[in-house]
Design a binder for this molecule. Sequence first.
Ligand SMILES: *Cc1c(COP(=O)(O)O)cnc(C)c1O
Length: 356
Amino acid sequence: MEIRIERTTTPKAKPVDESQLGFGKIFTDHMFIMEYDTGKGWHDARVVPYGDISLSPAAMVLHYGQEIFEGMKAYRTPDGEVQFFRPEENFKRLNSSAERLIIPEIPVEDALQALHTLVEVDKDWVPHTDGASLYIRPFVIAVDPFLGVRPGDKYYFIIICSPSGAYYASGLNPVSIYVETNYVRAVKGGMGYTKTGGNYAASLAGQDEAHKQNYSQVLWLDGVERKYIEEVGAMNIMFVIDGELVTPELQGSILPGITRKSVLELCRKWGMKVSERRITIQEVADAYDAGKLQEVFGTGTAAVISPVGHLKWGDKVMEINGNKIGDISQKIYDTMTGMQYGKLADEMGWIVPLKK
Ligand SMILES: *Cc1c(COP(=O)(O)O)cnc(C)c1O
């Protein structure tokens, strides 16, 4: 694929204090964009100065939400190089989302080329502080000006980048999670396994309720019986019960996390007992009462591992591992981030250096 590069003539000042980056607020100097038209395919791939895009108020995405996205990072190694973590997995998942929403697929090789080209142009924006990274947001939107409900005929594939601070500025502090028993996020047959905006819009009311009760995130249950555990807002969830790592199986309503997949592969390699199966919130509560619930943690690109310190289900509040990170969570976190930041050897073949 041919990618035209137009560099900005007015580069922005890079943030000096990387401890103040936060998440998703600052954007780099450039973005990648290419267009799709029915009959023509993907065309006009280019890296251009970051800036507003113009859309018709009738653009289809604004009305019916035909949109998909990804979330990934570029990491800076101790010797100053830049690298990615399993980026092809993100673009395969983008295509799986695309298929569900009748969005034209993007060849994984082309998407990877777009990623490497954009990050090479903006590589000075990859933070140097330990734990900070360049968050990368690829997305596709339907842009035809048309108010009928049908798949679009014109799309934009865009990649933007945002330098983001360390998720854990002061150690891995456990989060408090609220089990949502009223609202549901997704159901089997719906779009739960895709990264599409509508799923997140559906999650806001539950999230709001959790915040009102001083919990930081929501644990979703299945949409049919409100019994089986699904996942957290933007993380998959794992339990260590009596020495066994248990996580809900992928059955259509859960996002197939790349961190989830990597953690399972790592734990299997370490010889741990690992199972992907249906698990009810009642089973978790029973394990807690029996003293067998050892660790609970979320997995996702943003935090990698997010230990859960408190889990509230109805009137029951479970305090897990004395509200401290557990040994298994810590070991997984250290190994994954060690590889991502180039401090540990990549024994799994997961690291992809930025092409120069
Ligand atoms: C992105 C996301 C995850 C985590 O996926 P990763 O590939 O590990 O970042 C989990 N659940 C939801 C709902 C998500 O959007």
